[in-house]
Design a protein around this ligand. Structure first.
Ligand SMILES: Cc1cc2nc3c(=O)[nH]c(=O)nc-3n(C[C@H](O)[C@H](O)[C@H](O)COP(=O)(O)O)c2cc1C
Length: 436
């Protein structure tokens, strides 16, 4: 960037004035990478709560008794979506942790749910609901969606982001991180509800003002990013992958992973995403594709490969690239990249949606990347592999190292490999068998 040029306003692309993608492009060029503006000493803000709202306690642990309808089945869903599901021990001490990852552990996302019983906000650490309204708001809420479902959903999850949650630490990059984080949450919701046979769908294209108003939100502080419409969650059962997923805190053993295991992981991550934007269900390749930078994958040449969305084959795009090349030299990403067997990248078709959706496309694309990134993490847990989502790559350099066509940009990386030893000590709080 020309040093004479004025600094772009980081929040411009989120503002009321539509620029057809110009503001989003400016933001991505200046703030799309986490580095160098990061202050690890800065804290994250506290989660949201609504003083004065009546509390509905949910049973914990959530799978201790036979399932019933109502708050209990919602409690099961919410615990596996965003509750405290495990205790982790590390050099820094002991902490209660969540089923989903979050950039820097900031957890900027908030979960609201609308049912026939009203509108509630979920408090993860107390595993309780705040009752915001007793009215059935589902018809008004679906009325705000660009592509409302054909039938009235039984359940609507509204995933918001707190604007200030991570900005002190990450600077303006925090806005992109919030979109990735809410995508991760949406990915977890889709996985859980799909396993319950509830046919969920995620919506990122909606009328912001009326939707935020229905939730009573001040959009300069907190706004809706994703809406998930769904059938009943009563048949939800936890899978082992959902209970086992966590970041590989002990690093990776520098050993090879078989290419067949990697191919299965990528196939799972590439399953159709029920989302309301381009290509429709089944065509996630249209907006985001998977690339894999192989370091130690037996049966696969080292280098960067693009997964063909049609055939599932991996096609070499950059023979020399190794996972460590994606991260700044001397940093933790480079070390982790050296150890990992491979890096899986979610690469977005950055230009595709601006003509259709304007600046909003940037947030939609990052949400999609979060959904796919969460699937990679779950697929790795299912395969018994360690994984860690990372966004500490420098976008421009990474895009060049991938050998991707112009207009494509790396949005999220996931390092995958065998976690060292038995991994960092972690104890589940939900003790059930679970399916694979
Ligand atoms: C969008 C996103 C980006 C992340 N980026 C990084 C990163 O750059 N470096 C890192 O060490 N961890 C990164 N993480 C992992 C988080 O630090 C981790 O999820 C969080 O500390 C919670 O731990 P858990 O995943 O074990 O539950 C990222 C996670 C998400 C969702």
């Amino acid at each position: 960037m020309n040093s004479e040029a004025p600094e772009p306003d980081p929040a411009e692309y989120l503002g009321p004035t539509e620029t057809g993608g110009a503001a989003a492009r400016r933001y991505h060029a200046r703030y799309g990478s986490v580095l160098p503006a990061i202050d690890l000493a800065a804290g994250n803000t506290a989660p949201r709560h609504h003083p004065g709202a009546p509390l509905v306690r949910l049973p914990f642990p959530p799978f201790a008794s036979a399932p019933t309808a109502g708050p209990e089945s919602l409690g099961r869903l919410l615990a596996l979506l965003y509750g405290v599901t495990r205790i982790d021990w590390s050099l820094a001490g002991v902490a209660g942790n969540r089923p989903v990852p979050s950039g820097g552990g900031a957890y900027p996302g908030e979960v609201y749910l609308a049912t026939a019983a009203g509108l509630h906000h979920y408090l993860p650490t107390t595993h309780a609901l705040e009752r915001l309204s007793g009215a059935d708001l589902r018809p008004e809420l679906t009325g705000c969606l660009a592509e409302p479902p054909s039938q009235q959903p039984e359940l609507i999850l509204l995933i918001t982001a707190r604007q200030d949650a991570n900005l002190a630490r990450y600077g303006p990059f925090g806005h992109r991180l919030q979109a990735l984080d809410t995508g991760v949450l949406a990915g977890q919701a889709l996985t859980l509800l799909d396993s319950a046979g509830a046919a969920p769908a995620a919506h990122t294209h909606f009328a912001d003002q009326p939707l935020n108003r229905l939730l009573g939100l001040d959009p300069t502080a907190e706004s809706v990013h994703v809406v998930v419409t769904s059938g009943s969650a009563a048949d939800l059962a936890p899978t082992r992958a959902v209970l086992d997923r966590r970041s590989a805190r002990s690093g990776f053993e520098p050993t090879a992973v078989p290419s067949a295991q990697l191919a299965e992981l990528l196939d799972r991550a590439a399953l159709p995403v029920p989302l309301d934007h381009p290509g429709g269900p089944g065509a996630h390749g249209a907006a985001a594709e998977l690339y894999c930078v192989a370091g130690r994958v037996s049966g696969l040449d080292p280098g960067c490969h693009r997964r063909d969305p049609g055939s599932g084959e991996l096609r070499l795009t950059a023979p020399g690239t190794t996972p460590r090349d994606l991260y700044p030299p001397g940093g933790p990403g480079e070390l982790a990249g050296f150890e990992a067997a491979c890096a899986v990248l979610v690469v977005g078709d950055y230009e595709q949606g601006y003509p259709l959706y304007g600046d909003r496309w940037y947030r939609m694309l990052n949400i999609r990347a979060g959904i796919v990134g969460q699937r990679v993490g779950l697929a790795a847990a299912r395969a018994g592999l360690g994984a860690g989502l990372r966004c500490d790559f420098v976008t421009e350099r990474t895009d060049a190292a991938l050998g991707a066509p112009p207009g494509r940009t790396a949005l999220l990386s996931v390092l995958v490999g065998r976690e060292r030893g038995h991994g960092a000590p972690s104890d589940p709080l939900i003790l059930v068998g679970g399916h694979p």
